[in-house]
Every structure is written in structure tokens, then in C-alpha cells.
Write a protein that binds this ligand. Structure first.
Ligand SMILES: Cc1cc2nc3c(=O)[nH]c(=O)nc-3n(C[C@H](O)[C@H](O)[C@H](O)COP(=O)(O)OP(=O)(O)OC[C@H]3O[C@@H](n4cnc5c(N)ncnc54)[C@H](O)[C@@H]3O)c2cc1C
Length: 346
């Protein structure tokens, strides 16, 4: 077996891995990113990005659509959250991935596609049983089913399921449906992109199978005039089981670290922030990790809400109605649902 040695080895060219690679390569570190897919970017995702999160960090040319209004529905209520500036926007994961990959490569990172990691023994990584990579720092940015995480012996118990259908056409509003009967303490969404609309559902509960979630989503969508049955259905896990990100020379970021929101499923921004923070910590262990710590606190709050209804499944209805009531009465700012803590509070 041929063997390649590098300083930093990153598994996964998602937003977390690419953000990390860029910063390390900019500082002259030898970085190799291994990506199992041939194409960088596409990922099962609704492509929603939040105001205090990724919306601040990407160029406007990457935005599909942005929305100053959010339409939120529960079984008994509805409200429209309105602000002067866009609250949320949508983005194509392919466009985001390719923009991030270009920046990482310009900084000097080497991204190797079609490289599926099949085994990890400490800092020795095997690709498809024929190539071996060794490194001084190994970074697991390989998503919700992370092999790097498993190599550390860390379980991932708290994972939700997300299902997405991408419909051709347009839709004018961005909508959230907190329908406890169908989605427990998750929700269904309608997120318009440029020429397509993402319609999907997320459930944080491990007892809600992907099959049941899909059936509920199809029924719910059909009632609203969306015929999804004939369209390709994409499903994936979302990991919110955070148990640390630094394990000596092995690091976890993004979904591999369990840093997505259990409440909303937002995971792109947590992946980017954790990727950037880990890169800075590798370069200088005394560097600030305040952004990441603030986000971990926010993630814990979101998880507490989930735990509350997880312990008493019948509470999901009450919880969703309470959430909507708080949004309606402006006692809860929409921003509290974001993973990025408000800038002014940091
Ligand atoms: C249906 C759905 C909708 C979602 N909607 C949103 C949303 O609107 N907004 C939001 O912020 N988040 C959303 N998310 C969550 C978001 O997609 C993830 O949290 C985010 O992509 C995590 O980024 P990451 O870099 O950690 O991992 P990923 O984006 O999962 O990247 C991991 C990369 O690692 C690669 N990889 C995995 N295993 C290996 C291996 N063995 N060898 C080599 N490469 C490997 C993968 O191919 C992938 O490219 C959604 C998720 C789902 C399922």
C-alpha cells in the first residue's frame, strides 16, 4: 500500500472541513482534505442560512433568496415575524461548497475527491483499502455518520432525521410549520430558492423513523397542494450529540462533533465556526475560542428544549404552541432559534 504523510489531514470537504482547511493553509501548514464524493458541495439540506450566522459571512452573489418575513404556523396559531433586514436566506449547497473549496485551494490546501476513508487507526488513515495517509493532526469533518468520531469510541445517541424534496418552481414565502401531530417537536418547512423550492421536515426524535417522518410529510404536503410522491426524496441524519471537539491530536468539527441545533437542525454555521476555531487552536492553543463556546451554550439551550419534550412525548404539542405564542407576543425573538448568539450579546 502506498503511503502519504502530511501535517494536517481533514476528512470531509463539507463547510466545516473547508473552513478549517483554508485557515490552516493560509498559515503555511501542509493540509490535505479527503472527500469521498467526486463533486464538492451537494448535500441533503434545505439551504437555510441565518442572519447572525452565515448570512454575514458569504458574498451576496451566493444568496438564492433572502426574506425579511418568516411565516410560522402551529396547529392552533400563526404569526409573521417581520424585520427591516433579512432574517433568513437560502443558498445552494453546491455553490457554497465550490466557493469554499476554491478559497481553501487558493490558500494552498490540497483537496482530493473520490477518496472514501474506510479505516482509521490513531493517526493512520486508510482510503478504500489501497492508500494510507499519516498525519500529525487529524480532523474529523465527516458529518453525522463520522468515522473519525467512531474511531474515538464516541457514541452519537442524539441524532435527528431530516428529509428534503427540491421542487422545480417558485414560492413567495418562507414558512415554518410546527405541527406536533406530524413532526413531534420538529417541524416542516417551505424554503424558496432561485428556481426551486425546498419542502421538507425535521424531527429531532430518534423514535421517529425516517419512514414515518416521510409518510407524515407527504400527507401534510399533499394537503397544501405539494405533490412530492414522484420527486426524489433525500434524507440524512443531523447530529446534535456534542461530547467535545478536542481529543489530543484528533479533532471533531461540525456534524461529526454533534454541533448542529437539535431544535432547528441548523448545522452549516456551527460547522464553519467550529472549523475555524479548531484551525486557530491548532495554530495557537492560546487563541480565543469564545465564538465556539458561545455557540455550544446556545446548542445546549436548544437541546434542553428537546429533552423536555423527549421525556414527555405528549408535551410536544404544548411546547410548539408555547413557542409560537412566545414568538407572536415578541417575548421570544426569532433570533433565539439561531445557532449564532446575537453579536451585541457576545
Ligand atoms: C434535510 C436536511 C436539511 C437541512 N437544512 C439545513 C439548513 O437549512 N440550514 C443549516 O444550517 N443546516 C441544515 N442542515 C444541516 C446541515 O446540512 C449540516 O449540519 C451541515 O452540512 C454540516 O456540515 P459538516 O461540514 O459538519 O458536514 P457535511 O456537510 O455533512 O460534510 C461532511 C463531508 O464529509 C464527507 N465524508 C463523509 N464520510 C467520509 C469518508 N468516510 N471519507 C471521506 N469523506 C467523507 C461527505 O461526503 C461530506 O462531503 C440540514 C440537514 C438535513 C439532513
Amino acid at each position: 500500500m502506498s503511503s502519504i504523510s502530511t501535517d494536517i489531514l481533514i476528512i470531509g470537504a463539507g463547510p466545516g472541513g473547508l473552513a478549517c482547511a483554508k485557515i490552516l493553509a493560509e498559515q503555511g501548514r501542509k493540509v490535505i482534505v479527503l472527500e469521498r464524493r467526486q463533486e464538492i458541495g451537494p448535500k441533503v439540506c434545505a439551504g437555510g442560512i441565518t442572519r447572525e450566522g452565515l448570512l454575514r459571512l458569504v458574498p451576496e452573489s451566493l444568496i438564492d433568496q433572502s426574506f425579511c418575513e418568516q411565516h410560522v404556523f402551529s396547529s392552533c396559531q400563526k404569526t409573521v415575524v417581520r424585520e427591516q433586514k433579512p432574517i433568513l436566506a437560502t443558498i445552494s449547497r453546491k455553490a457554497l461548497g465550490q466557493w469554499m473549496a476554491e478559497r481553501a485551494q487558493q490558500a494552498g490546501a490540497e483537496i482530493l475527491t473520490g477518496m472514501k476513508v474506510s479505516a482509521i487507526e490513531g493517526l493512520r488513515v486508510v482510503v478504500d483499502n489501497h492508500k494510507v495517509f499519516t498525519c500529525t493532526q487529524l480532523i474529523g469533518a465527516d458529518g453525522a455518520n463520522s468515522l473519525v468520531r467512531r474511531s474515538l469510541g464516541l457514541p452519537a445517541v442524539h441524532r435527528g432525521t431530516g428529509i428534503n424534496f427540491q421542487l422545480p418552481g417558485t414560492y413567495e414565502r418562507m414558512e415554518w410549520h410546527l405541527n406536533a401531530q406530524n413532526f413531534g417537536c420538529g417541524y416542516a418547512w417551505i424554503f424558496p430558492h432561485k428556481e426551486t423550492v425546498s419542502v421538507g421536515a425535521y424531527s429531532p426524535q430518534s423514535d421517529m423513523s425516517a419512514g414515518r417522518l416521510k409518510r407524515n410529510l407527504l400527507r401534510w404536503a399533499a394537503d397544501r397542494g405539494f405533490q412530492l410522491k414522484e420527486l426524489p426524496c433525500q434524507a440524512a441524519l443531523i447530529n446534535y450529540d456534542y461530547r467535545g471537539h478536542c481529543f489530543g491530536p484528533v479533532w471533531l468539527i461540525g456534524d461529526a462533533a454533534g454541533l448542529s441545533s437539535g431544535l432547528t437542525g441548523e448545522g452549516i454555521y456551527p460547522a464553519v465556526i467550529s472549523g475555524e476555531t479548531v484551525a486557530r487552536q491548532i495554530l495557537d492553543p492560546r487563541s480565543s475560542n469564545q465564538d465556539l463556546l458561545a455557540m455550544i451554550r446556545r446548542q445546549k439551550q436548544h437541546r434542553q428544549v428537546i429533552n423536555l419534550s423527549g421525556q414527555h412525548p405528549s408535551c410536544a404539542f404544548v411546547l410548539m404552541e408555547l413557542l409560537l405564542l412566545l414568538l407572536r407576543s415578541k417575548l421570544l425573538p426569532f433570533q433565539a432559534l439561531e445557532m449564532a448568539p446575537a453579536l451585541q450579546n457576545q
